[in-house]
Design a protein around this ligand. Structure first.
Ligand SMILES: Cc1ncc(COP(=O)(O)O)c(C=O)c1O
Length: 509
């Protein structure tokens, strides 16, 4: 698509244009629209339970999204009307009180308002001499000490994937340097004159989230470098298997540099024995990374925290604020115990970014020197506002509430003759299925897949699914601060009712 040549390419002579309203009257109209947007959004958020948990965008509304970019705009009011009619009702449902899919947080009203403040102010968080950077520094200090690694250097990033890849990148930097090389100069390639290097490999359980494969590929190590260790019956990394694999790999000429433990695996919510992995890493001089994408936030809940013992021993820790921290997307955190090592992995020198002694750039672009992104938004504000408003204790209470609700749900599943737990549920993830004696696993897989689609398509709730030992599992991952006990009871009764309905159809649907 090209811009037609007959459109006006310049403002009238002597005038300038801007995206700001052009007159006091236009500002007044925008203010009125903004107030309407705010009212509408808060109205929807306060009545989510009365709305479907999910509904599909109808076919007749899809054509809007095939339209080419408008050459002349339709105005903010009309654009907003399109948002109301074509977008707002058709999200993936994750803000709903009965959304339990994948591990997606709900966001909060104050988080939403804070996002508006952050976008309105629109500061550049490369660093610099400004209050928003002080906010991020403070949030990072808070998070570091809540996670038990107060000395860590850290950064807010977009998500758990990004935070984990960042951490593994620092581990790789340190490993190559410890072996006499320089990953920043030569990457992982074998340059003439450089010390010969064995292939670097790292370890995580087979239950490690899919980010690890992306990391292996993107860091130039290759998928084969991610060594998948089997798990025990509790879905935790089998540490005997880990030791055996380390020895076998060394015998093969591979060079282990890192072991990753997970605090809250994505499938079942299992937490590896982090203390034991920390000890092994110390003994073997390996980097100890913890993926705490959602589980790490349980550190804020005194009654659940014990499950994460050993997390505070990590060389690096990645976790999300947009999962169990309830923040609107996106927001995650990476903490690296050796802050200077983290800086050395990423810092660059560019004259146009040099720190000055005074003025805006006093201190320089120190956040950019801690990670990949130069231009960074004001993600810290929503975290800061919510923590200021509600305090750490309330986060802890909600996490405790979610764990209690998930445990009660798991108990109700175990007690119900038509339901079956498919994995232990130690934290906030429950994997289960509808069952019937007459049906084998293949039929049960098909029935439960259909059941899940119906629960979602009827707008009742949004669990997601996974496969465990070849068995299709309904998966309830509970990080939902909006869910009441009644919401969970409704999910359970809907699953049973729809399962009965499918069974009554004799497995034909
Ligand atoms: C254990 C674990 N690690 C990493 C991730 C990826 O996090 P994100 O979706 O924020 O990139 C997830 C997402 O569910 C997860 O559960």
């Amino acid at each position: 698509m090209t811009v037609p040549s007959d459109v006006t390419h310049e403002a009238p002579r002597g005038a300038t244009e801007s995206f700001d309203p052009a007159s006091p009257e236009e500002w007044a109209r925008l203010r009125e629209l903004g107030q309407r947007m705010l009212d509408d959004m808060l109205e929807v958020q306060s009545s989510l339970r009365d709305r479907p948990a999910w509904q599909e965008l109808p076919a007749e509304k899809r054509s809007l999204f095939d339209e080419p970019a408008p050459i002349e705009g339709i105005g903010a009011d009309a654009a907003y009307t399109r948002f109301l009619t074509h977008i707002l009702p058709y999200g993936n449902g994750n803000w709903h009180p009965r959304f339990f899919g994948w591990v997606q947080g709900q966001g909060t009203p104050l988080g939403m308002l804070s996002e508006m403040l952050a976008a309105g102010m629109n500061p550049h968080l490369g660093g610099f001499n400004q209050a928003p950077a002080m906010v991020e520094r403070q949030v990072l200090r808070w998070l570091g000490s809540l996670m038990g690694i107060p000395e860590a250097g850290g950064l807010l990033v977009t998500g758990g994937t990004s935070a984990n890849i960042h951490a593994l990148g620092v581990a790789r930097f340190a490993a190559v340097r410890a072996r006499g090389g320089s990953v920043r100069e030569y990457g992982v390639q074998q340059w003439p004159g450089q010390p010969a290097a064995k292939p670097l490999v790292f370890y995580g359980s087979v239950e490690t989230h899919g980010w690890a494969r992306k990391a292996a590929e993107w860091l130039g190590l290759g998928n084969q470098a991610f060594r998948r260790v089997p798990v025990n019956s509790a879905y935790q990394m089998d540490l005997t298997a880990l030791r055996n694999q380390l020895n076998a790999d060394r015998a093969l000429g591979l060079d282990p540099f890192c072991v990753m433990g997970t605090a809250g695996t994505v499938n079942t919510g299992a937490t590896d024995d982090l203390c034991a992995i920390a000890t092994l890493c110390r003994e073997e001089s390996l980097w100890f990374h913890v993926d705490g994408a959602f589980g790490a936030m349980a550190a804020l809940a005194p009654t659940v925290r014990a499950q994460l013992a050993g997390m505070e021993l990590a060389d690096s820790l990645a976790f999300d604020l947009h999962k169990w921290g309830a923040m609107p997307f996106e927001c995650a955190c990476v903490l690296v115990r050796d802050a200077e090592l983290n800086r050395e992995t990423f810092a660059t020198t560019a004259t146009y970014l040099a720190a000055t002694n005074r003025g805006v750039s006093a201190g320089g672009a120190y956040f950019s020197d801690r990670g990949i992104d130069l231009t960074r938004g004001f993600k810290a504000l929503k975290v800061w506002m919510q923590l200021q408003a509600d305090g750490v204790a309330k986060f802890g209470r909600i996490i405790t509430q979610n764990v209690r609700q998930a445990q009660q749900f798991a108990q109700a599943v175990s007690a119900h003759p038509s339901l079956e737990l498919l994995a232990p549920a130690p934290l906030n993830i429950v994997c289960f299925r509808y069952r019937a004696d007459a049906l084998d696993d293949t039929s049960l897989n098909a029935l439960n897949e259909e059941l899940l689609a119906r629960v979602q398509e009827r707008g009742i709730a949004v669990p997601s699914s996974t496969k465990l030992d070849g068995r299709f599992a309904l998966r309830l991952a509970h990080v939902n601060h909006r869910a009441t006990d009644e919401d969970l009871a409704r999910v359970l009764s809907a699953v049973v009712a729809i399962g009965d309905e499918l069974l009554a159809n004799g497995g034909r649907w």
